[in-house]
Write a protein that binds this ligand. Structure first.
Ligand SMILES: *Cc1c(COP(=O)(O)O)cnc(C)c1O
Length: 464
């Protein structure tokens, strides 16, 4: 791709051709106005058949390759000791370097197990910005998440190339304040979803490793988008540009003690996940616990065929052409939207473009749920489905029940891997521009139903 054409003018194209197609359906504005009202202005409650271009999430929405589909036919559906488990174990050891694998049905199941095993009542878990399910499982285990990400991450205009970095002074202060005994581990995500898909640098991770080694505190790695993070290191970190993404991925993993994985993102499968650790005692406990909640330790909630597709997906996720095109497509959309003068989180992250709803809708206060309202307006305009990442996602303080007011009030346009073409991205950009031009007409929303946990999934709203 890029290297071959260094001296020639040649357009970019997806590094694959399409073998099977899935029809999408266009609806009318009138139909969509009714549909969004009927679903309480929550894009999570829309039916997929009513969506034209689905940018709700990159989770489980990737297109599998012909090789992965071929792998599905090799499913060994034995209850115990499936061959596909051993293939998956080998892939995890080869590509990530973790010693022990506990498969789970998806990422949050791994978070549940590690949180229950490592966290006790009153513990503190510092990390590079919260993720919804990660934080909730830490809280359900009796812990409290403390954000120690650099301040730049909370400023959507700051163009720091590694907004996923840990602020070492903040981390030191948390360690000094609470002491090693109340900190079961540091939670490091590659990349940071809630900051807009922002990477952590290798240099920063090394410094965190050094500090935690001194205090004997483990690092648990949320490796959901580790290949995308590694690609950003290759692209933007001095001295890393000549390395293979595959090497960088392995080095990141080697700097940590264990990981939770939602394989539905980087690893190119529709369902799956795992917990991986290096400590044998912890592994024994996790392997025992997985049988309570997920299934036997050689399938953990996944079918044999899914484990095979995942083993192949791990390999494909670090392919240079794949990862360059994947992140390149997100960047393409981001540049188009930026070019229209629309405020988004900068720099463009790896898995989606995050619109700055607060700046787009300055006439709405945060209590009027600007990001929720903007996502609904985009759907009505074009049938493009996005999601809220702002006050609704932030939820309430578990102790006081008070509303949390996050600095970032965003709408996420998340790009599934290998699913849409550049032409789809053009349509999305056109729709966002249309909504931007008519932004003054967008009205705020209020809650009419609010569930207790992870409320953004199921809440319902009405116009104020
Ligand atoms: C999706 C996600 C999870 C949770 O994984 P699921 O497979 O959805 O349960 C955890 N961390 C991050 C950063 C994620 O994006």
């Amino acid at each position: 791709m890029a290297q071959d054409n260094a001296n020639r003018k040649r357009s970019w194209a997806e590094p694959y051709k399409i073998k099977m197609v899935e029809q999408v359906r266009m609806t009318t504005v009138e139909e969509r106005e009714k549909l969004i009202r009927d679903t309480g202005f929550n894009t999570f409650l829309l039916r997929s058949r009513d969506v034209y271009i689905d940018l709700l999430t990159d989770s489980g929405t990737s297109a599998m390759s012909d090789r992965q589909w071929a792998g599905m036919m090799l499913g060994d559906e034995a209850y115990a000791g499936s061959e596909n488990f051993y293939n998956l174990e080998e892939a995890v050891q080869n590509y990530y370097g973790y010693k022990y694998l506990v498969p789970t049905h998806q990422g949050r199941a791994a978070e549940h197990i590690i949180s229950q095993l490592m966290i006790k009542e009153g513990d503190i878990i510092p990390g590079n910005m919260y993720f919804t399910t990660t934080k909730l499982h830490q809280e359900l285990a009796g812990g409290t998440f403390v954000d120690v990400i650099i301040d730049e991450a909370h400023d959507s205009d700051n163009e720091h190339p590694f907004k996923g970095n840990i602020d070492l002074d903040k981390l030191k202060q948390v360690i000094d304040q609470y002491g090693r005994d109340r900190i079961p581990y540091i939670s490091i995500a590659t990349t940071v979803n809630m900051a807009g898909g922002q990477p952590i640098s290798l240099d920063n991770l090394k410094q965190v490793r050094e500090l935690t080694r001194k205090h004997d505190i483990p690092i648990i790695h949320d490796m959901t988008r580790v290949a995308e993070n590694a690609y950003m290191i290759k692209k933007h970190e001095p001295g890393q540009e000549k390395r293979d993404v595959r090497d960088i991925v392995k080095e990141i993993c080697n700097l940590t003690d264990g990981a939770t994985m939602s394989a539905k993102k980087d690893a190119l499968v529709n369902i799956g996940g795992f917990l991986a650790v290096n400590d044998q005692e912890l592994f024994d406990k996790a392997r025992n616990m997985v049988v309570i909640y997920e299934g036997l330790h050689t399938y953990g909630g996944m079918a044999g065929r899914d484990m095979e597709a995942l083993a192949i997906g791990i390999r494909e996720s670090v392919d240079e052409d794949h990862i360059r095109a994947r992140v390149g497509q997100v960047e393409y959309l981001g540049k188009k939207i930026l070019g229209a003068g629309i405020p988004i989180v900068k720099p463009v992250g790896t898995h989606g473009v995050f619109l700055n709803a607060r700046r787009i809708l300055p006439h709405l206060s945060q209590d009027e749920l600007p990001a929720q309202a903007l996502a609904a307006a985009i759907y009505v305009d074009s049938g493009v489905r996005a999601m809220e990442r702002g006050i609704v996602s932030a939820g309430r303080d578990p102790q006081t029940g008070d509303q949390i007011y996050p600095k970032l009030e965003l709408v996420r346009l998340t790009i599934p891997r290998r699913v849409y073409t550049q032409a789809h991205m053009d349509v999305v950009a056109e729709s966002i521009e249309e909504v931007w031009l008519n932004r003054e007409n967008i009205r705020g929303l209020k809650f009419v139903y609010e569930p207790e946990y992870l409320r953004f999934f199921q809440s319902r709203f009405d116009l104020i």
